[in-house]
Design a protein around this ligand. Structure first.
Ligand SMILES: Cc1ncc(COP(=O)(O)O)c(C=O)c1O
Length: 389
């Protein structure tokens, strides 16, 4: 009973501070316009559906066919009786896409990050991680017995300091988000590769917001920054640009993947990805590789949205990524603005502490290739009006 009263009083405090998160229910599929219970049809400006594939007919059809041919679920983990031919097909396909040797699928990218560090880094090793890395990396690093060093966000001098401080470690792993999910900013990968080589460190990039989004062919931050093929390993998700469903993976050298398959706990002790997700993801990769217009439209929409907002006096974090944060400062104000936008037909989430640092609450807009100019213009007008009021 005392536990419950502690929890309840914390919830009351969050409610009083206006920081309680409320979940809205969609009555429709995810898309550029969604039907929100209690609000009707609104423009979706806050999902990771970057390429607009979440309701794409070719993916839905592939998922339906997968259920007919391979059933609904495997009722097992991969190494017992949960590997179908399509799981290996997807792993090989992802490896080809990333130019790596092999891939291991996980239930999510959270699981991929959770299952990486504790498996490959022991007491004698060191993990060096950007301070703004995703929560799954932070928690994943915590689970490892290795020495941990954090460096300031995208700060190469501080990364060098961390590498020097861990010089005596047996092995060093440097981990960074390719794209920082609350900022839309990119990791300085070319310089990080040089530093990793200098200190004999293994560089891993979480491409969750880069895959299908950045680079001429959607191969991610490394392609965007001209260093595709030079990253040691990647983690990424199937739950954002590549259809937005579920699933994640680690892709890199065969020996790393072989080792993770033997020892990575979220892989060994959690259920196999369902066939529908596997074939849906293969269909998403087909679409992305056959039709360059998804990527082009996403970039055009992003640059249009960024430049129009800026021209109208709204300050956004500079960049090229479809994550477009508008910094508000106060958490309660960011949440109130997001509610006001919703009532004007635009769905944008407000994020506050602890998801972002104290005093840096923000509206995080996210652009999709599926948005039309009309959607974007309507959203821009609503943001300008709400900001003024
Ligand atoms: C950088 C980053 N890594 C990992 C994840 C987790 O991905 P998943 O939803 O596949 O667990 C996210 C999702 O928010 C993310 O933004």
């Amino acid at each position: 009973m005392t536990l419950l009263s502690t929890l309840s009083s914390e919830l009351d405090q969050m409610a009083a501070a206006g920081t309680l998160k409320k979940e809205l229910s969609l009555k429709s599929a995810q898309g550029p316009v969604v039907d929100v219970e209690g609000f009707g049809k609104v423009i979706m400006l806050t999902s990771n559906n970057y390429l607009g594939l979440a309701d794409h007919p070719a993916i839905v059809e592939a998922a339906e066919k997968a259920e007919r041919d391979y059933g609904y679920g495997l009722a097992s983990v991969r190494f017992i009786c949960g590997t179908q031919t399509i799981h290996r097909q997807l792993e090989e396909r992802i490896a080809r896409f990333f130019g790596t040797e092999d891939t291991i699928l996980y239930g999510s990218c959270w699981n991929a990050n959770e299952g990486l560090f504790q498996t490959v880094a022991q007491e004698q090793d060191a993990i060096i991680s950007d301070e703004l890395n995703h929560a799954s990396i932070i928690d994943g690093v915590r689970l490892s017995k290795a020495r941990k060093e954090r460096y300031r966000n995208r700060d190469l001098a501080d990364l060098r300091r961390a590498l020097e401080a861990t010089r005596d470690a047996r092995n060093k792993v440097v981990m960074t988000d390719g794209v920082f999910s609350m900022e839309g900013s990119l990791a300085p990968l070319p310089e990080m590769i040089d530093l990793a080589r200098e200190f004999d460190a293994f560089l891993v990039v979480d491409e969750s917001h880069g895959t299908g989004v950045l680079g001429r062919t959607g191969r991610g931050t490394a392609e965007e920054l001209g260093v595709f093929g030079k990253i040691d390993a990647y983690t990424s998700t199937l739950g954002k640009a590549l259809g937005g469903s579920h699933g994640g993976f680690t892709t890199g050298p065969k020996v790393l993947v072989d080792y993770l398959r033997q020892k990575s706990r979220p892989y060994l002790f959690s259920n196999t990805l369902p066939p529908a997700v596997v074939m849906g993801s293969l269909a998403a990769l087909d679409l992305l590789e056959k039709d360059a217009s998804f990527i082009t439209r996403l970039r055009e929409n992003t640059m249009y949205f960024r430049s129009q907002l800026t021209a109208k006096g709204i300050t956004v974090r500079e960049g090229i990524h479809p994550i477009v944060p508008i910094i508000i400062g106060d958490t309660a104000k960011a949440i109130a603005m997001s509610r006001e936008l919703l009532s004007r037909g635009v769905y944008v989430s407000g994020f506050g502490f602890p998801v972002v640092p104290q005093g840096q609450a923000r509206l995080r807009c996210q652009i999709s290739a599926a948005h039309t100019r009309e959607h974007l213009d309507k959203a821009i007008s609503a943001i300008v009006e709400v900001a003024r009021s």
